[in-house]
Write a new protein. Sequence first.
Length: 283
Amino acid sequence: MPYLSLTTWSLHRELGPLNWTYWDEVQKSQQTKVEEQPENITLLELPFELARQNFRSLEICHFHFPSTEAEYLQQLKEAFELSGITFHCLLVDYGDISNEDSYRRNSDIEFIKKWIDVAATVGAKSVRVIAGEANPGNKTALELAKQGFRQLVEYAQPKGVRVVTENFKQLASTKENCLELLNSSKGEIGLTVDFGNFLPEHKYHSIETLMSYAESVHAKANYDKEGHIDSEEYKRSLDLVANSDYNGPITLVYDGPGNLWDGINRIKTVVEQYCNKEIRTKL
């Protein structure tokens, strides 16, 4: 049955500086912009805290790594092993493998390969790669994304890392493009289904269609200005997960106002019902 997971994005105001990657057109390379945030808990401490709160896995955004030096990565691997928390996915939140500029595209692919190396070192099961930022109707970009995924799969498979994508950014924002990417890979890439990234008029049908392919779910809710969730809307999305054969992580995504742990706990209270076998069978 599904189980509780968390993304570090849900703690983006708690884990210290955010190391944002961006493309510098003048230098023709990836650069980093640091956004200062308080460090109320370290990434090394987080797996132990999640174990205490009955989570089973964690997804880490690449910009939350304070270091990629070998010593630090070994410490992080040991934190996962000692806590019993699974490092489910390393979320690479930068990269446009469908960019029409071949230099930029190839450079971004090489950048992502470095994060695949990090994932392999720490023991992540998968790496989430963005399909691209082009309009979803851009067929050329879609073909370039397929080529980019093939290169990344060939690099990641020998390292024991699964490449997945997500309905995230423009190119993969439709169920049709997600299906085309998945089917063209013949099962060699996986999918994260995010509740928050489809157009509202297509949201529920898209989730229902894609759940049979899902290897993780980003359970993102809608909030009011105080950070309280629309529970009925949230449950409508979660019901689609419950009515599928999905047995992977339901990763809590909170990016609303107020205390982040309080927000996480509000959505956790709802999601926990879908991680309970007795309740789930009644849905």
